[in-house]
Design a protein around this ligand. Sequence first.
Ligand SMILES: *Cc1c(COP(=O)(O)O)cnc(C)c1O
Length: 377
Amino acid sequence: MYPPARPGDPLELVDTPALLIDLDRFEANLKRMSGELAGTSVKLRAHSKTHKSPIIAKMQMDLGAVGICCQKVSEAEIMYQGGVSNILISNQVVGEKKLRRLAALACQTQLMTCLDNRENAVDLDSVARSFDTTIDVLVEIDVGAGRCGVAPGADALELIDAVGDLKNLNFRGLQAYQGSAQHLRTPEERKSAIDFAVACVNKTLSELHSKNIDCPIVSGAGTGTYPLEVESGVYNEVQAGSYIFMDADYARNLDKDGQFISKFEHALYVYATILSAAKQQQAVVDAGLKSLGVDSGLPVMSENDEVDYINASDEHGVLAWQSKNVSYEVGEKVLLIPGHCDPTINLHDWYVGVRNLRGPEPYVESVWPVAARGCVF
Ligand SMILES: *Cc1c(COP(=O)(O)O)cnc(C)c1O
């Protein structure tokens, strides 16, 4: 598949729809996170399910991340092949086929995975033994998200004990991610969700302590809540992913003054062309459901807040406005902020990295593959 642009192209020559990175803002976001964690005892284990790119993962590691998270074994394979080491699969890996793939990868690089089930632990141990390797594991506890994870406290201890009895598994710590807290809008709601998560971790840690079981890692947090996990004193890794690009949904989170949080700036766009301007107060772009993830809301216009993206179909998006000041011509290009960055990225083969997007003479500096696109195995 040909990329929509080549390095050196001026912005006007980028074909659409294209997944565009504002490189200046993107780099500022990377540095901001690294700077914030620099004075703390908490490390970034950046979530690569956002970007699916070993190139970006290595930039995060160069700026101090201890490792990365993947959601799937096949993503981890791509990251490893791209030169990334220290990978946590922050998810359950189930079934012999995947466990064998996981063990094969663990023979080659530093790898951890999550568990919340004893049978799954037994299966993983036996595959690891047949590969003559040991696998590091985090036991996942449910800290309030109601998805995966054993109950904190006694249930967690029981599973951790079981893992301890399995010779080819190493218990390395707790996975304690509160996913449903990330987009709670107010700081009070986020704080109360993470206070609960921290209490769940503490309850489990005290069980472990009473049995003299070491728990070197407590990992969790995303872009919406990580300052709270950092402050908690119990987490020592944060797994933020979206902070590098942001999206329209994250931009609706509020700070303590009731303002939209703007610490990390939008750095990811779908660049689109006006296909039709045949109607009054309406235009149609060439970016619809096949280039934009709309699960967390429709995209938002980057440069003109008088214009709304009101409807997405396969290959079309309808823009509408009331203002008399707005007009578009066929062939004009616009920047759309995706509603949700991760699923949007997964629809594209290439990132087009643009330097000086908001300055004079913006140009394409880099074209990177979305290397782990479609890695759902
Ligand atoms: C998605 C995810 C994250 C990152 O969340 P962001 O909101 O993208 O920062 C962290 N940990 C786990 C387990 C996740 O699934």
